[in-house]
Design a protein around this ligand. Sequence first.
Ligand code: AHG
Ligand code: MN
Ligand code: MN
Length: 340
Amino acid sequence: MVDTKSSFRPPSLVGTTLEEHILLGMRGAPGATGDFASLLNALSLAVRIINARVRAAGLAGVFGYTGETNVHGEQVQKLDEYANEVLCTVIERSGRCAVIASEELAEARMCNPDGNYMVAFDPLDGSSNIDVNVSIGTIFSIFRAPEGVVSTTSLLRPGRELIAAGYAVYGSSTTIVLSTGQGVHEFTLDPSAGEFFLSRPNLRCPTRGKTYSINEGNFASWSKGIQRWSQFVKSEDKALGLPMGHRYVGSLVADAHRTLLKGGIFAYPADRKNAEGKLRLLYEAQPMAFLMEQAGGLATDGVRDILDIVPTDPHAKVPLILGSHDDVKVYKEFAAGSPT
Ligand code: AHG
Ligand code: MN
Ligand code: MN
């Protein structure tokens, strides 16, 4: 029989759900209408639907390509298209969103012109890893819609104006990492309950880490400064904690998640094949940069803070270097041609 008289409250048998966490956050937001919470819950639903399909990808006949190519000339994998359809449908039906932009939409798309928010997303990140059962994910970011007329160019804003960003990792477990500007929090899906529960609140990126994450296969086409940085992090220097270990999954969400949790640095610099870099500013770099800075880390294109850069179009590319404060600072010194 539980003793209901004492002030002691037994530890709850039920953790904080994502929805409760969002509503708790609203208590500090005077005039909150619940629209924001409703949009975040719509995104959580989309992630759960995508997750169900990812978990059965091999069986549900969604491996392989659709035969189409997207605006980047990349072959669209069935799961990319499916994830895009789910996110577009769920976000539009929420009624809270005025404009959406997606890696899989050639142009940004108007939804509800009276919607208070604008959402950019990478529906399925790490597509090259779908068929080999390596962690993939979904990335999203949320702007407040401007007063007055909203158009498809309204979301070409600097990441400093973001009000929320997050990503899902479909890995050994399915997690959502989210920030609404009050720190970074991780939620893990309990498949038996079909609900996300708070698993690690207030994530902080260590000020330096032990691993660097980069596609070394591009070494020959990096700038001299980046080649020197890559040799520096592999050199032997106990006092500087070198060499760093190398980890590279090839899914931004997986490499960024590990870097956020354990520290270190992830880099996708410009190279001869991708003179502007490979990753997209609006729906990959900006959300990851928002989260990194909220967790005490840094995110740069090698010179500028990612959050200060304004996209010229929904698919504008940018070099992306993110992670521990000290490790990113060292990278920037090499990128500027002044190695330590
Ligand atoms: P997407 O699958 O959304 O196109 O993103 C793939 C990106 C990113 O996830 C990853 O960091 C990078 O591509 C890997 O690129 P390389 O295979 O060239 O290393
Ligand atoms: Mn991606
Ligand atoms: Mn993608």
